[in-house]
Write a protein that binds this ligand. Structure first.
Ligand SMILES: NC(=O)c1ccc[n+]([C@@H]2O[C@H](COP(=O)([O-])OP(=O)(O)OC[C@H]3O[C@@H](n4cnc5c(N)ncnc54)[C@H](O)[C@@H]3O)[C@@H](O)[C@H]2O)c1
Length: 309
């Protein structure tokens, strides 16, 4: 199938592109390389270096003629969205609308949209969060992700474009840069590899749901054929606090270096983890890689990268 992947030079979507190519799909990528890297882009795919909000995106659709669009391109920094909601909305609202109106114009059949289970539920009162929880994002980034889901419902009803919205928890793994929602895994690994003690903010008891990128890729493969007009959580349902995560990273790198401690960070949610039962029913998906295994695989990736330099 012809699949256009937005943000395909970035951490998660470049892994998705590799799997789509391996599965025999014809893939093209649109990315403005703002945080993504050209070297992440699979050599078998055509890269259109362009902002998704650019009116010339219509030419990309006319040229490539995708049947399915996988939309990962986004401004991903929550703090940046707080400081500059307009810059966030440029990509996460206007860019998305540019993609969706082109999907309508060019008769795209389905959109796989990437939302965030880390932000759309706001600060849930119970855990793990299910899709039935109220959506009450507290940042412009979260508001834009939620708006994206509402726009998808509109285009499904008005133009018959099917969608699956994947609400990721904290994704980690190879190619992750130390920014973004789950950057802490690569921050710890890269600091320790450089012989520097990383900093744990507050008491290290904030819990998150760390899902391995290989499992997230599986969800993107399954969502090509399965799921219609539905939003599902993509997470492990397993809470891990920062102290435990740090121990796992130290084990993977065979070090016992103590972390430094820093003041608690303003705005950090105390807890967030997701119930992904619905993704099991709708997509036939469940995570397979444990955090200990995933951290080892990620550490191995960064070691290999360092050896190549
Ligand atoms: N990393 C996580 O834990 C996590 C959690 C929830 C949701 N997400 C979502 O997953 C998606 C991918 O995130 P990631 O962690 O791989 O981040 P990333 O920064 O590595 O990937 C984003 C990609 O989008 C591109 N991009 C940004 N703005 C663009 C624009 N205006 N036009 C064209 N391309 C643009 C970037 O260059 C980059 O390649 C995003 O939608 C993000 O919101 C990520």
């Amino acid at each position: 199938m012809k699949i256009l992947v937005t943000g395909g030079a970035g951490f998660i979507a470049s892994n998705v592109v590799d799997a789509y190519v391996a599965a025999g799909h014809e893939v093209a990528v649109v990315d403005n390389l703002s945080t993504g890297k050209k070297e992440n882009v699979n050599p078998a795919v055509k890269l259109y270096t362009m902002d998704i909000a650019d009116p010339r995106l219509a030419d990309v659709f006319a040229d490539f003629k995708p049947r399915l669009v996988n939309h990962h391109a986004a401004q991903i920094s929550v703090p940046l969205s707080v400081d500059d909601p307009l810059a966030d909305a440029h990509t996460n609202v206007m860019g998305l609308l540019n993609v969706l109106t082109n999907c309508r114009q060019h008769r795209v059949e389905k959109v796989i949209y990437v939302s965030s289970g880390g932000v759309v539920y706001g600060e849930p009162k119970q855990f793990p969060a299910t899709e039935m929880f109220p959506l009450q994002p507290t940042s412009p980034y979260g508001i834009a992700k939620y708006a994206g889901e509402l726009y998808l419902k509109f285009f499904a009803a008005q133009a018959g474009i099917k969608f699956v919205a994947l609400r990721y928890s904290n994704v980690y793994g190879p190619r992750q840069m130390p920014h973004g929602e789950a950057g802490v895994v690569s921050i710890f690994i890269q600091a320790l590899m450089a012989g520097k003690a990383p900093t744990i903010f507050g008491d290290g008891k904030c819990v998150r749901d760390y899902v391995f990128v290989g499992d997230v890729v599986e969800a993107n493969l399954k969502a090509i054929e399965r799921g219609e007009n539905v939003a599902v959580n993509i997470g492990t349902g397993r809470p891990t606090d920062v102290n435990e995560l740090y121990r796992l990273v130290c084990d993977a790198l065979h070090t016992d270096m103590k972390a430094l401690s820093g003041p608690p960070r303003r705005g950090d949610l105390l807890a967030n983890y997701l119930d992904a039962t619905l993704a099991g029913t709708v997509l036939g998906w469940k995570p397979k890689v444990s955090l200990a295994e995933g951290v080892v695989l990620t550490a191995q990736y960064f070691k290999n990268l360092a050896e190549k330099k």
